[in-house]
Design a protein around this ligand. Structure first.
Ligand code: HEC
Length: 415
């Protein structure tokens, strides 16, 4: 469908791929800068020690060695008596991550909502309806979360976390009823990512600005800003790993596109939080709680089991595939089959002949025309419009052969 659209609009596939790739590049870089600095500050915070010789308003001090020099870092909580003349803020890493992420969401999911968000069998949404539902969710997720946090800021953080987890499990379930698997998965990722950035934009930075303002007016800053910022930083800390998991999982269909993928999201939120907990304790200089890896491993194994349980049942579904194949001209069928048998199936087979290869890469079997039809889109991007396959053109796939596969691709798409 998309390919037909591209051909009509005369926008080159390669141009679109580049655009998407550049935004993704930015997204990953901004994400690394943000998460990197956030990991750094958490570890720094946990390593602060109270020493006698630090200023009396200071909270703690740490020494670090890096890049050929020593750093002496002193933390003031809520703030030093006087505002320093030069102050570095950490916020654009977070904002740039969100902006580029939202652009990606538009470029991939919203523009092709029919492909990546809507599943007509669940709900026959129009593109606009799907996009609206997604935007409403992103805003509602934040509003609800923010409300719950504000109500409970001085109360038990564990109960709050469990409650938030339950709310998001409900959202996951809900979006899996309405959207396609992939759409629902990315929706939850977008909602959680938005919460993390909104914590920075709406709570942490404004709080810090108020503190700075108080200092400028020679007033004592309100300690509530420190408490709130700490709570939200803590949430961001625990959400980091799950959000990254969701963001990269859309390249792994067995993770996002099985019946129980919505439960897997919640399990991964718990897993990510446990892994962070391990490192938080380790960085604070205490004995690392190695036992935490037991539940982590068990939950991950259980998630694998859920993926296996929730996969589609393919028994007795050959009829339709056969009907399509009937229509392909005999020559094209034979030629394509010959190409993949001679150039692909040494690796992409039930029992690959390639040395040390125990199963077909990415479980893609290419041994007959049925297989080609099944993977036609993937073959298009891997071997027709790019040289990704065969790897290093190791089997010498010629351009004339790519052309034949391209003919088959067009034929199947136009059926
Ligand atoms: C020498 C072994 C080998 C040969 C020959 C080979 N492939 Fe692959 N193929 C791989 C490996 C390894 C991967 C997994 C790459 C990765 O992990 O990203 C792969 C992945 C793929 C994928 C999935 C890409 C994805 O990320 O979804 C497709 C489609 C594919 N190959 C098509 C082909 C086609 C078509 C041919 C023949 C023209 C071919 N391959 C020949 C080894 C091979």
């Amino acid at each position: 469908m998309v390919i037909a659209l591209i051909e009509e609009a005369k926008v080159s596939y390669i141009f679109l791929e580049w655009t998407e790739f550049l935004v993704r590049w930015l997204h990953v870089i901004a994400g690394i800068a943000w998460i990197g600095s956030s990991f750094y500050f958490i570890a720094l915070d946990l390593s602060l020690l109270k020493r006698k010789d630090i200023p009396k308003e200071a909270h703690g001090e740490a020494w670090q060695v890096h890049g050929g020099g020593f750093y002496q870092i002193v933390k003031y909580l809520v703030a030093p008596d006087k505002l320093p003349s030069q102050l570095t803020w950490f916020k654009w890493e977070a904002y740039a991550t969100w902006i580029s992420g939202f652009l990606l969401l538009i470029l991939i999911y919203y523009i092709s909502a029919d492909l990546y968000m809507i599943e007509i069998e669940k709900f026959d949404l129009s593109n606009l309806e799907a996009i609206s539902l997604s935007l409403i969710g992103i805003i509602l997720g934040w509003v609800l979360y923010n409300y719950i946090c504000k109500k409970t800021v001085k109360k038990n953080n564990i109960m709050l976390s469990i409650f938030i987890l339950l709310v998001f499990t409900f959202f996951s379930w809900l979006y899996f009823q309405v959207f396609s698997h992939r759409g629902a998965y990315m929706q939850i990722g977008s909602m959680l990512g938005t919460i993390m950035v909104a914590n920075v934009l709406m709570i942490i930075i404004p709080g810090q600005k108020k503190v700075v303002q108080s200092l400028l007016e020679n007033k004592k800053p309100d300690s509530i800003h420190g408490i709130t910022a700490k709570q939200r930083s803590l949430h961001n800390n625990y959400l980091t790993l799950p959000v990254i998991f969701i963001m990269i999982s859309n390249h792994y269909p067995t993770i996002y596109a099985t019946d129980y993928s919505w439960i897997i999201i919640s399990l991964i939120i718990i897993t990510g939080a446990l892994i962070r907990q391990f490192f938080n304790i380790k960085h604070s200089g205490k004995k690392p709680p190695y036992l935490l890896w037991v539940p982590v491993l068990m939950i991950i194994l259980f998630s694998v089991y859920l993926s296996e349980k929730g996969k589609p049942n393919l028994a007795n579904n050959d009829e339709r595939a056969n009907a399509i194949i009937e229509q392909i001209p005999k020559d094209l069928k034979l030629a394509s089959e010959e190409i993949i048998i001679s150039k692909c199936s040494m690796c992409h087979a039930q029992e690959p002949l390639w040395e040390n290869m125990t199963h077909a890469p990415k479980k893609i079997h290419l041994e007959n025309v049925n297989d080609i039809i099944k993977h036609i889109d993937n073959i298009y991007s891997q071997a027709i419009v790019s040289y990704a396959m065969p790897p290093g053109n190791i089997t010498g796939l010629e351009n004339s052969e790519r052309k034949i596969l391209s003919k088959l691709h067009r034929f199947v798409k136009n059926l």
